[in-house]
Ligand binder design. Structure first.
Ligand code: FAD
Ligand code: FES
Length: 264
């Protein structure tokens, strides 16, 4: 698929959960997005030379809409969070490989923090294919959870660090009870969460090839030229997250050499 550069119009800005901003943008590029793909978004904050990568959290191809859900961590996201209805933002994409979603097995999505963004669109695509879908979702506290109403037709299990909703502790504590049989597993969140998921799978004899992770790591160009997004490949060498991912089968990654990425 060819990535396109295009201005999108912001239709709506909202704060769907504590620490989260949602921008709904109008763009014909919505029709080309596969769940898990991302855009390189131009930000005009002083000193921010590079575009910033953001997953298309969801799309509505019929109405030409793309939703982005993100938190403010620095200059670029601060600028983006200040956009309002009627503003224009410049998108390059859709980029990278999305999730492989065909098949009939039950699906279990494991989300940590802002990693939940990508599961709005993914869970719609999975349930739309008739796949039984469970979401295990962890956040720091109840106020930072995206409302369950955003995930219709799914079963949701929650975990919070402070115990204010669901299990008191890490989302990975929910894995053993939720993942039974031959489910396909989709994950996005802080690197320690992904590493813990992989360790759990190894202990539980779950094949890593059944797990796809969206690896949201710092990126320079987003299109395979700067080599800034290298990810250690199982068996040696490196992959490029922006081209071989961001959605990558967990068996292809050398997890002992993965360094912390985003959503920490
Ligand atoms: C493929 C892909 C998809 C992504 N999708 C999303 C998404 O849907 N929603 C979302 O919120 N983010 C997403 N991210 C992360 C997002 O790109 C970064 O948060 C963003 O680039 C930060 O830009 P900035 O200019 O605000 O911060 P910078 O000025 O670049 O960074 C400021 C400081 O914050 C740290 N930092 C940067 N990003 C994060 C983060 N996310 N969490 C914690 N610390 C951080 C940096 O290391 C630095 O110390 C995605 C990243 C990738 C690679
Ligand atoms: S971000 Fe430049 S090569 Fe991947």
């Amino acid at each position: 698929m060819i990535a396109t550069l295009q201005a999108a119009r912001v239709l709506e800005r909202s704060t769907p959960m504590g620490g989260g901003v949602e921008l709904i943008c109008e763009t014909p590029l919505a029709a080309d997005v596969h769940p898990g793909q991302f855009f390189q978004v131009a930000v005009e904050s002083p000193g921010a030379l590079l575009r910033r990568p953001y997953s298309a959290a969801w799309t509505d191809p019929t109405r030409g809409l793309v939703g982005f859900v993100f938190n403010v961590v620095g200059a670029g996201s601060d600028w983006l969070a200040a956009r309002n209805a009627g503003d224009r933002i410049d998108l390059l994409g859709p980029l990278g490989r999305g999730f492989a979603i065909d098949g009939g097995r039950p699906a279990v999505c494991v989300a940590g923090g802002l990693g939940i963004a990508v599961f709005i669109g993914l869970s719609n695509a999975l349930t739309g294919r008739g796949r039984s879908t469970t979401i295990l979702y962890g956040a720091r506290s109840a106020d930072q959870l995206l409302p369950a109403a955003r995930f219709p037709k799914t079963r949701m299990q929650l975990a919070t660090d402070d115990g204010s909703a669901g299990h008191h502790g890490r989302v990975t504590a929910l894995l053993s009870n939720a993942i039974v049989g031959d489910a396909d597993i989709f994950a996005c969140g802080p690197t320690p969460m992904l590493v813990e998921l992989v360790r759990w799978a190894q202990r539980a004899d779950v094949r890593l090839a059944r797990i796809q992770v969206a690896h949201e790591t710092p990126m320079g160009c987003g299109v395979g030229t700067c080599l800034g997004c290298a990810l250690p490949r199982a068996g040696g060498g490196y992959m490029l997250t922006c081209q071989d991912g961001p959605c990558i089968s967990a068996d292809l990654v050398e997890w002992t050499r993965v360094v912390d990425a985003f959503h920490g």
